[in-house]
Design a protein around this ligand. Sequence first.
Ligand SMILES: Nc1c(C(=O)O)ncn1[C@@H]1O[C@H](COP(=O)(O)O)[C@@H](O)[C@H]1O
Length: 163
Amino acid sequence: MSALVGVIMGSKSDWPTMKNAVNILKKLGVSHEVKVISAHRTPDLMFNYASSALERGLKVIIAGAGGAAHLPGMVAAKTIVPVLGVPIQSCALSGQDSLLSIAQMPSGIPVGTLAIGESGAKNAGILAAQIIANYDDTIKTKILTFRTQQTQEILDHPNPSIK
Ligand SMILES: Nc1c(C(=O)O)ncn1[C@@H]1O[C@H](COP(=O)(O)O)[C@@H](O)[C@H]1O
């Protein structure tokens, strides 16, 4: 099956964060592809990836980047496939730089910005699945099951001092 979600990141060093997006996409049965692509270091690859995304059938692109995180915005500039940006937690500024670089887009070119770090990556995967669930009943059922299990897990273990 061809990929519905593209998961891209500026560096392989972003993988420990971005694997959280991939893990939840796997759990929810969403076909996806994973690549390191950098607006800074591989600009032609970034351009080609973004400009061919729609015709290749991608429905959502999840783009993680840290520091001067231009990747999500530059990809969004070259495609109308929705881009979800994940700010990587940088060493120097704890991801504040990544967050602001991704969130503060000029009007007309939106990037949906998630939280900094692993929870942002996981939520990007869930949000991508929810977008696709608008027309895919199999994925919709998996998301509803995931939600039910998540709730039940809390109800079954209300006391955090007991395992
Ligand atoms: N923000 C970007 C872009 C980009 O936006 O194109 N390309 C790489 N990077 C980021 O640089 C950080 C450090 O990368 P290295 O660990 O490879 O030095 C990573 O978090 C990456 O996302």
